[in-house]
Each structure stands twice: as structure tokens, then as C-alpha cells.
Ligand binder design. Structure first.
Ligand SMILES: [Zn+2]
Length: 196
């Protein structure tokens, strides 16, 4: 299994949801808080086909080197907002740009997030790049973005999945109820704090 995560949310391509459904890909959407609160039937449709919304800060800043209070002010509010908007409190947090430090991990824990999630591979401009090179591996967390290129990126991803013999699954189904704080190893290079 590999895990498909799609970040941000500014672009909502109407072709993407049917494509995900046709290929039985359930995605974890790390939505920016400011995007999520502009409620859209698009996200309801994503949820109805088995996706989940998780925390990606309120305003998408670089978090590293900010104070605990500043980081909590970015990480905590989407947990309440998403609960209200989508009927489920996020359990996962992804720091924008993969920018984090020890304070980020503390802030996420204080807010009640169970895991800080980075990624192992990125699909961008129709190409899959794995942080540690080579083909997709079982357990990889794959990052895409809700941008104008998403439909093409998903086609590339489906091609990579077929070539590797791997299937996608929903990340939350595999992390368990209380996963350790940082769940992956991929890009970006050397964040200051990385458990596991
Ligand atoms: Zn982002």
C-alpha cells in the first residue's frame, strides 16, 4: 500500500473527484484552514467518496523558529473549524513546506494532533519524484497539491502505481489510534526534529 495526500485546496478541478472515484483512490486532504472555512460542496463530495480532511495550518506559513504560541495559533484552530465544517476533528497535521522544528511537534501535541506527517514522494508537473530515489515503496506517503496540474499529476500517479504493483489506501486506516508523532521520513531534507 501507498498513501495519497493532497495539500492546500485553492484549486478545485471538477474532473479530479470522478477520476479518484474511478481509480478507487481515497485521499487525505491537508486543507489550509482559510480554504476549508470557505465551505464548498467539493469537499463534501470528497468526503462522501471516502476521503478525509486534515490540518495544514490556518494561513500556510513556515513554522520553524516561531514561538510555541505562534505555532499553536496556526495549528489548533483548524481542528475546531474542521470538526464544525466536516463533522470530524482532524487527527493529523502536515506543516506547510515541511517546515518544522521541535516546537512544532510540541505545538501539535498541545493542540491534540496525534501525528505530524511529512511525505516520501511528490508528484508535480506530471512526474513522481521520490525523496530517496528509486521506485515507489510500500508505505510511501505521496504528496500532491490541489492545483491546476492535479489531474495530470494523478494520471502520472496511477501510471506509477500500475508500474509498481502497489495500491493506494487511506493513511488514517493504517496509522492506528495513537501513532507516534512524526510518521514519515521523506522530504524535505533534515527537519530539526524527526521521531522514529
Ligand atoms: Zn501546503
Amino acid at each position: 500500500m501507498v498513501f495519497v495526500t493532497i495539500d492546500d485546496g485553492w484549486t478545485k478541478d471538477p474532473t479530479v473527484l470522478p477520476f479518484l472515484a474511478a481509480h478507487d483512490i481515497k485521499v487525505t486532504a491537508f486543507l489550509i484552514g482559510k480554504v476549508a472555512v470557505r465551505t464548498s460542496p467539493y469537499w463534501d463530495a470528497l468526503l462522501s467518496q471516502g476521503g478525509l480532511v486534515e490540518d495544514h495550518t490556518v494561513t500556510h506559513p513556515f513554522l520553524a523558529h516561531r514561538t510555541l504560541a505562534e505555532q499553536k495559533a496556526e495549528i489548533c484552530p483548524p481542528l475546531e473549524d474542521d470538526q464544525r465544517l466536516f463533522g470530524r476533528r482532524p487527527t493529523l497535521f502536515r506543516p506547510p513546506y515541511g517546515s518544522l522544528d521541535r516546537t512544532t511537534v510540541s505545538a501539535a501535541r498541545d493542540c491534540g494532533v496525534s501525528a505530524v506527517v511529512l511525505w516520501d514522494a511528490v508528484v508535480q508537473k506530471g512526474k513522481l519524484r521520490r525523496a530517496l530515489r528509486g521506485p515507489l515503496q510500500r508505505g510511501d506517503i505521496i504528496l500532491l497539491h490541489w492545483g491546476p496540474g492535479l489531474a495530470g499529476d494523478l494520471r502520472a500517479l496511477v501510471g506509477s502505481l500500475a508500474a509498481s504493483g502497489l495500491h493506494s489506501a487511506l493513511l488514517e486506516d493504517y496509522l492506528g489510534p495513537s501513532p507516534s508523532l512524526i510518521s514519515t521520513r521523506g522530504e524535505p531534507p533534515a527537519p530539526a526534529s524527526r521521531a522514529r
